[in-house]
Design a protein around this ligand. Structure first.
Ligand code: BEZ
Length: 212
């Protein structure tokens, strides 16, 4: 794998560091995903309960991400051989096919570059970090959960849908927004549009039907 230059903590708006790595679906490069949305998500360890529950749920619901042209890419510090064994066990004993690639990162180079492993952690296992990366390779959202708490597939799908809706323009997404629900108009910032909206007492909270 090509080494990633040391970075400061990655934040929303940064270009996602490019890497190449081995995965359960062959060699992958982050650049393969340019032009597509991508959720790059880490898990602490293969063959563990919460991680298995997440993989089963994400694999079962992969079509929801496909429908948004959003690829999935999992990563942990476990070896490729551990990944193969784990997805075989999930297939054989739970009956779920894990259709997305799982990257190996035994050197921890990728997980550390992405801040998936805490600098202060006593061990090398990654947190449950999820990076939402847009078609230009820019990090648009980041979530981080501890090993003990599984992510919600509904929330992962919702984040992608909200980012895609905002990118269509003229909208912010309110709390708990789901596709088809009302959006918020961006606040008026230039003097002319501020003046135009001044008669509306709720100029700062313009909830509207979503026309797009
Ligand atoms: C789990 O996925 O269940 C797990 C992973 C690492 C530490 C604790 C729990």
């Amino acid at each position: 794998m090509e080494s990633i230059p040391p970075t400061q903590t990655l934040q929303i708006g940064d270009v996602a560091p490019v890497f190449q790595a081995r995965s359960t679906k062959g060699a992958v490069s982050l650049t393969d995903y340019r032009g597509n949305w991508l959720v790059l998500f880490s898990h602490p360890a293969d063959f563990t309960p919460v991680c298995t529950s997440e993989f089963v749920a994400i694999a079962e619901q992969q079509k929801r991400f496909d429908a948004m042209d959003c690829a999935l890419l999992a990563i942990s510090v476990d070896s490729l051989f551990a990944h193969y064994g784990w997805i075989k066990a999930i297939r054989d004993h739970i009956g779920v096919e894990v259709g997305f690639p799982i990257i190996e990162d035994p050197s921890q180079v990728i997980c550390r570059a992405y801040g998936m492993i805490s600098d202060r952690s006593q061990d090398a296992s990654a947190m449950r970090s999820s990076f939402y990366i847009d078609p230009n390779g820019v990090i648009r959202a980041i979530t981080s959960y501890p090993a003990t708490i599984g992510r919600s597939v509904d929330e992962m799908v919702r984040i992608v849908a909200a980012l895609q809706r905002v990118d269509k323009g003229d909208a912010l997404t309110p709390e708990g927004w789901l596709p088809g629900q009302s959006i918020l108009l961006p606040p008026p910032v230039d003097p002319a549009s501020f003046q135009a909206s001044a008669t509306d007492p709720l100029w700062f909270y313009r909830l509207r039907d979503d026309k797009k």
